[in-house]
Write a protein that binds this ligand. Structure first.
Ligand SMILES: CC(C)(COP(=O)([O-])OP(=O)([O-])OC[C@H]1O[C@@H](n2cnc3c(N)ncnc32)[C@H](O)[C@@H]1OP(=O)([O-])[O-])[C@@H](O)C(=O)NCCC(=O)NCCSC(=O)C[C@@](C)(O)CC(=O)[O-]
Length: 299
C-alpha cells in the first residue's frame, strides 16, 4: 500500500481537549486558541460542542466562541451535536459543519449520552435530515472502537455495524475513536480491514488517544491501510469525561512530525502549531503533552 501524498488533520483540541479540563477557561482563551490554530494552517478545527452543560460544563460557552473567532476562508469550524436541540443551537451560532457521536459499546453509550446505541442512532436521523435541509455537512464518530472502559474488548464487527449506520444515514466521514487508547497497530489494521468492508476507506478517519503511547504507531498502521484523515489535539490536550484515566488525543505536533518525516503534506506550520499549544498550556498551567513541542522548546 502506498502512503498518501497529503493528510487532512482534524484539530480537536478546542473541543476534545478543553472539554476535559477541570478549571474554568474563558471564552477569550478558547477563541485565542482557535485563532492561533487557524494561523498555524489547520484547515479543520473542532471548536466546541452543543451538549447539555450539566453533562459537560466546559463546553457551555461554545456559541460565544463561535461568534468571536475570526473565521477564515478555506477553514472548517465544526461542532459536536448530540441531538436536534444541539443542532438547532449550532445552526443559530452559524456553525458550518457538525458531528454526531455514537459508541461501539453499550455501556459507554449510556454513560456518554444516556441512551442505547440503537436509540442514539435513531436520534441522529432527524438531525441528519435537518442538516441536509440546511446544507450542513455531518461527520460521525464511533467511540470505543478498540476497547471500552466499562465493557472491555469490543469486536470490530460491532464497530463496523455502527459505522455503517452512520455512513448510511448521511455522515460523509466516520471517525473511529480509540477513546481509551488501548489499541495497538495490529488491532488497528484488523479493525480497518473489517470496517472498510462496510464503509470505504476514504470515508474513514482515525481518532487515537495516547493513553498507552500507541497512537503514532496506530496512525502509521492506518496510513498503511489507506486512511488519510486523522484527528489530533494540540499539545495533546484532553481526555474523556466518561473514560477514567484516558489521556488526551495524540498531540497534533507529534502527528505533524511523523507526517513530515514521511514526506506527507498537511499544510500545517510546525512553529505556529507549537506556539498555539504552548500558549494554551500556559493558560491552563499544565505541562505540554507533545513530545515534539517539549523537545523543540527546550532548545
Ligand atoms: C445527549 C444528552 C443531552 C442526553 O442527556 P439527557 O439528560 O438524557 O437528555 P434530555 O433530553 O432528557 O434532557 C435533559 C436536559 O438537558 C437539556 N439538553 C438536551 N440536549 C441538549 C443540548 N444539545 N444542549 C443543551 N442542553 C440540552 C434538556 O433541555 C434538559 O434540560 P433541563 O430541562 O434538565 O434543564 C447528554 O447526555 C449530553 O449532553 N451528553 C454529552 C456528552 C459529551 O459531550 N461527551 C463528550 C463528547 S464525546 C467524546 O468526547 C468522544 C469523541 C467524540 O471525542 C470520540 C472518542 O474519543 O471516543
Amino acid at each position: 500500500m502506498n502512503l498518501p501524498h497529503s493528510v487532512r488533520l482534524v484539530e480537536v483540541g478546542p473541543r476534545d481537549g478543553l472539554q476535559n479540563e477541570k478549571q474554568p477557561i474563558s471564552v477569550a482563551d478558547k477563541v485565542r486558541l482557535v485563532d492561533d490554530l487557524s494561523t498555524a494552517g489547520l484547515r479543520y478545527i473542532e471548536v466546541g460542542s452543543f451538549v447539555s452543560p450539566k453533562w459537560v460544563p466546559q463546553m457551555a460557552g461554545s456559541a460565544e466562541v463561535f461568534s468571536d473567532i475570526q473565521r477564515r476562508p478555506g477553514i472548517t469550524y465544526a461542532a459536536l451535536t448530540p441531538n436536534l436541540k444541539g443542532f438547532e443551537a449550532a445552526l443559530e451560532a452559524k456553525v458550518e459543519e457538525v458531528a454526531v457521536f455514537a459508541a461501539a459499546s453499550e455501556a459507554f453509550s449510556q454513560k456518554n449520552i444516556n441512551c442505547s446505541i440503537a436509540d442514539s442512532l435513531q436520534r441522529f436521523v432527524p438531525l441528519l435530515e435537518a442538516a441536509k435541509a440546511a446544507k450542513v455537512r455531518v461527520r460521525g464518530y464511533v467511540s470505543c472502537v478498540l476497547g471500552c472502559p466499562y465493557d472491555g474488548d469490543v469486536a470490530p464487527q460491532q464497530v463496523a455495524a455502527v459505522a455503517r449506520e452512520l455512513h448510511a444515514m448521511g455522515c460523509y466521514e466516520v471517525s473511529l475513536g480509540d477513546t481509551i487508547g488501548t489499541g495497538t497497530a495490529g488491532k488497528t489494521r484488523v479493525l480497518l480491514d473489517v470496517v472498510s468492508r462496510d464503509v470505504p476507506r476514504e470515508r474513514l478517519a482515525g481518532h487515537f488517544h495516547d493513553t498507552y503511547g500507541q497512537a503514532l504507531a496506530n496512525i502509521y498502521a492506518s496510513l498503511l491501510e489507506g486512511i488519510s484523515v486523522f484527528d489530533s489535539s494540540v499539545a495533546g490536550l484532553g481526555g474523556c469525561p466518561y473514560a477514567k484515566g484516558a489521556t488526551g488525543n495524540v498531540a497534533s505536533e507529534d502527528v505533524l512530525y511523523l507526517l513530515q518525516g514521511l514526506g506527507i503534506d498537511t499544510g500545517v506550520d510546525m512553529d505556529g502549531l507549537i506556539a498555539a499549544g504552548q500558549r494554551i498550556c500556559q493558560v491552563l498551567g499544565k505541562a505540554n503533552g507533545s513530545r515534539v513541542a517539549r523537545a523543540r522548546l527546550s532548545h
